[in-house]
Design a protein around this ligand. Structure first.
Ligand code: CO
Length: 134
């Protein structure tokens, strides 16, 4: 069911430093910061030849990234995102297998303007998984 790796997301305590490091030392093609109020994050995407890296920074008081950075002050890998053809069918298959979808279970529009859902990390070896319909 899952297709390509769409991106790996890394939470960062300092967005400007993260941008400077990826565009400078790592020589990557870094996009402009985007605020995502529905998700409580500011994101920056780094385009690699075969996938993307998403840098996540808290936006607003109730950002889900805030707690993650409290536990991981230096930042760290927050989630990985797989592509799916049909998010409703993917959710159906996953919930039937016992996996939990975060939030109210309905897809939200993600950073690329496409529907996304997140799967509970406790059901996937401690890894938060995002599914994006492409
Ligand atoms: Co993501």
């Amino acid at each position: 069911m899952i297709g390509r790796l769409n991106h790996v997301a890394i939470a960062v305590p300092d967005l400007a430093a993260a941008i400077a490091q990826y565009s400078g030392a790592l020589g990557a093609n870094v996009g402009a910061p985007q605020d995502e109020p529905d998700h409580g994050v500011t994101v920056v995407f780094i385009e690699l030849p075969n996938t993307k890296i998403e840098r996540l920074y808290p936006l607003g008081e109730n950002s889900p990234i805030r707690g993650f950075l409290d536990k991981n002050p230096a930042g760290g890998i927050h989630h990985i995102c797989y592509e799916v053809d049909d998010i409703a069918a993917a959710r159906e298959q996953l919930t039937a297998s016992g996996a939990r979808v975060l939030g109210d279970g309905s897809p939200k529009i993600g950073a690329h303007g496409k529907p996304v859902i997140f799967l509970h990390p406790k059901d996937f070896n401690g890894c938060l998984i995002e599914l994006e319909e492409v």
